[in-house]
Design a protein around this ligand. Structure first.
Ligand SMILES: Cc1cc2nc3c(=O)[nH]c(=O)nc-3n(C[C@H](O)[C@H](O)[C@H](O)COP(=O)(O)O)c2cc1C
Length: 359
């Protein structure tokens, strides 16, 4: 009996080895390219970091967008950009427009580096309509504009900004945003500001390996973070200031201009959404879906209080770096006196979704 088990184990191992070899051979012929656009070069670093994780044994070129005249020789094309005004660069838009028919016949991946990486984030600027921003949300518009190009993978990583080295115009816009942002900005006072979540880049590179090349994911991608890491301080002259400033997953802000509750619960997306709907029904909140993607959903939750209609902006999302957890944000831009039963409704929502503060 022992002998039979031993032989079984050996056969299993051989089968696994055979499968891995077949997968590696299947990908060996695929020719890929990462095409990127950048202003301050953090997107270039990310492109080479991804390339390293895909592996030296794979054919994967890395080229700046200005070096491209044809994409037809490649089997797959990864397109990466910095974010400006909530979108990839205008050159990336022109590029995808120009090559959309060829790209439609290939496996395509999109990624962005960006300042804001919280994909449950709603932005409201003075006079503007509140809308979903950050991370993969910045790739929504380009997918709508060029529907023939169907990316098999997308990534929104966060990024880096080196404030003293921005151009004068960029410094001006950045300073303006600092003043206008209702929720404040976390780059203020820093020379180097980073929001990039390394696990997201690693997840994306592993998706190239598994979904495009059909080879196994990297068991340990951490050593490749050297492509991104640096010894530069957040602020020259202040060694106590930590460089990385990823937003907290759990936070409450109760200010005049905005109320928001940022939550995180261990759950499935379906269950968390069912809980949200059950809460809305019980609280008399009318949920109107604004946008749904494979990683998040954005609702307006409307409720009348003594003749006033209050609107809650509710987002449920999943994040590649936090498997098994659902991220939720609830925002109100109504003035404090018009927020009605917001506080008790939020308490009831937290209870319904099983959120425990401090966990
Ligand atoms: C003028 C300006 C506008 C920007 N707009 C956005 C934006 O709308 N959303 C965002 O998340 N990040 C925004 N960013 C941050 C950049 O996308 C981010 O720093 C990125 O990593 C820069 O890439 P690069 O170093 O390759 O140029 C902006 C930065 C500047 C200077």
């Amino acid at each position: 009996m022992k002998r039979v088990l031993k032989i079984g184990k050996v056969v299993c191992l051989l089968l696994i080895l055979l499968l891995l070899t077949v997968a590696a051979e299947a990908s060996a012929g695929l020719k890929g390219i990462i095409i990127y656009d950048t202003i301050y070069h953090s997107t270039a670093e990310v492109a080479y970091w991804i390339r390293a994780m895909v592996g030296e044994d794979q054919y994967l070129e890395v080229k700046h967008i200005d070096q491209i005249v044809d994409v037809s020789p490649y089997d797959y094309v990864i397109i990466g950009s910095y974010t400006r005004w909530e979108k990839p660069s205008s050159r990336i838009y022109k590029f995808v427009e120009k090559y959309q028919d060829v790209l439609a016949t290939k496996k395509v991946g999109y990624f962005v580096t960006c300042g804001d990486s919280d994909e449950t984030m709603i932005l409201k600027t003075p006079g503007g309509t509140p809308h979903l921003i950050a991370g993969r949300n910045y790739l929504y518009d380009i997918q709508q504009k060029f529907p023939k190009v169907k990316p098999v993978i997308i990534g929104g990583f966060g990024g880096r900004q080196v404030n003293p080295n921005l151009s004068i115009v960029d410094k001006m816009f950045t300073a303006l945003l600092e003043k206008l942002a209702r929720e404040g900005v976390n780059w203020a006072g820093r020379d180097v500001w980073e929001s990039l979540i390394p696990e997201r880049v690693e997840y994306f590179a592993n998706e190239i390996r598994t979904k495009i090349l059909g080879i196994p994911p990297l068991a340990d991608p951490k050593p490749y973070r050297k492509y991104w890491n640096s010894l530069q301080p957040a602020k020259v002259g202040n060694p106590t200031l930590a460089k990385l400033t990823v937003k907290p997953y759990v936070e409450v802000r109760d200010a005049d201009r905005v109320y928001f509750d940022r939550l995180r619960v261990k759950d499935t997306f379906e269950n968390a959404e069912a809980n949200l709907k059950a809460w809305a029904k019980a609280a008399g909140v009318n949920l109107a879906e604004q946008r749904r993607t494979f990683f998040n959903v954005y609702y307006h939750g409307k409720k009348s209080y003594g003749g006033n209609e209050a609107v809650l902006h509710i987002v449920l999302g999943t994040m590649p770096e936090d498997p098994g957890y659902i991220h939720i944000s609830v925002r109100s831009y109504d003035k404090k006196e018009k927020r009605g039963s917001l506080y008790s409704d939020i308490n009831a929502l937290e209870k319904q979704i099983g959120f425990v503060r401090g966990k």
